[in-house]
Design a protein around this ligand. Structure first.
Ligand SMILES: *[C@@H]1O[C@H](CO)[C@@H](O)[C@H](O)[C@H]1NC(C)=O
Length: 218
């Protein structure tokens, strides 16, 4: 009996190790920078801290998938490195040889990100879940009401129309002005021509000269 249970225990732990492996398709890598975050106040990473991590993650999983009693044993950790990083996978409470989908784990982490961070006094930058961008940690998607979208589109179209009309009128004005300039140039040219012709032909009566002449005569 004891042998059997011992064998089962060994077998299950071996199986757990098998389920969790670096680069596992349903696993995530975690990296902690406790010194960077806390400096002199940094705590040492040990088995108890790891237990807290597994418990926090079990909580996050429960928080995400209601009705499934995730336990600490459902969070399997492997490939730990001393400057703290490790991989973990989550097994299903109803079937411990079945891994919970990566997407499900990701959603759980996102939903409880702040709770996980505060459990370890860390931030999105110093407690990294590789492959889960911290920018999406708190997905606060402000629900834009449809009427606002329609309003925005309409206003955008109206604005674009106004700009186009303004540009059109400016272009037209400029074209008109250019036309006027050309007209004026033509007019001036013809005027110059006529005066030239006049000078060459009949001559221009110079009043001041004629006056002078008149006075000298007198
Ligand atoms: C448990 O999960 C494994 C792996 O997904 C699967 O092969 C097996 O059939 C499952 N067992 C039960 C009882 O659902």
């Amino acid at each position: 009996m004891l042998e059997k249970s011992l064998f089962l225990l060994c077998f299950s732990s071996a199986l757990a190790k098998q389920l969790c492996a670096p680069d596992a398709s349903d696993g995530y890598k975690v990296r902690l920078s406790i010194r960077t975050a806390l400096g002199d106040q940094a705590y040492a990473w040990n088995e108890d801290e790891l237990f807290l991590f597994r418990a926090t993650l079990a909580f996050a999983m429960r928080n995400r998938i209601s009705g499934q009693q995730f336990e600490v044993s459902n969070i399997i950790v492997c490939d730990e490195t001393p400057r703290v990083s490790f991989w973990f996978v989550v097994t299903s409470p109803s079937n411990t040889s079945h891994l919970v989908d990566k997407e499900e784990v990701e959603e759980a982490i996102r939903k409880s990100r702040n709770r996980i961070n505060s459990a370890f006094l860390l931030t999105d930058k110093t407690l990294e879940f590789l492959g889960i961008p911290p920018t999406l940690a708190a997905p606060v998607s402000p629900d834009t009401p449809p009427w606002l979208i329609v309003f925005g589109v309409v206003m955008g179209a109206v604005g674009a129309g106004i700009v186009v009309m303004l540009a059109f009128s400016v272009v037209q004005k400029k074209r008109k002005k250019d036309g006027k300039v050309v007209d004026e140039a033509v007019e001036e040219e013809t005027r110059a021509k006529t005066t030239d012709n006049g000078a060459a032909g009949d001559g221009v009566y110079n009043m001041s000269f004629s006056d002078d002449e008149r006075f000298t005569e007198m």
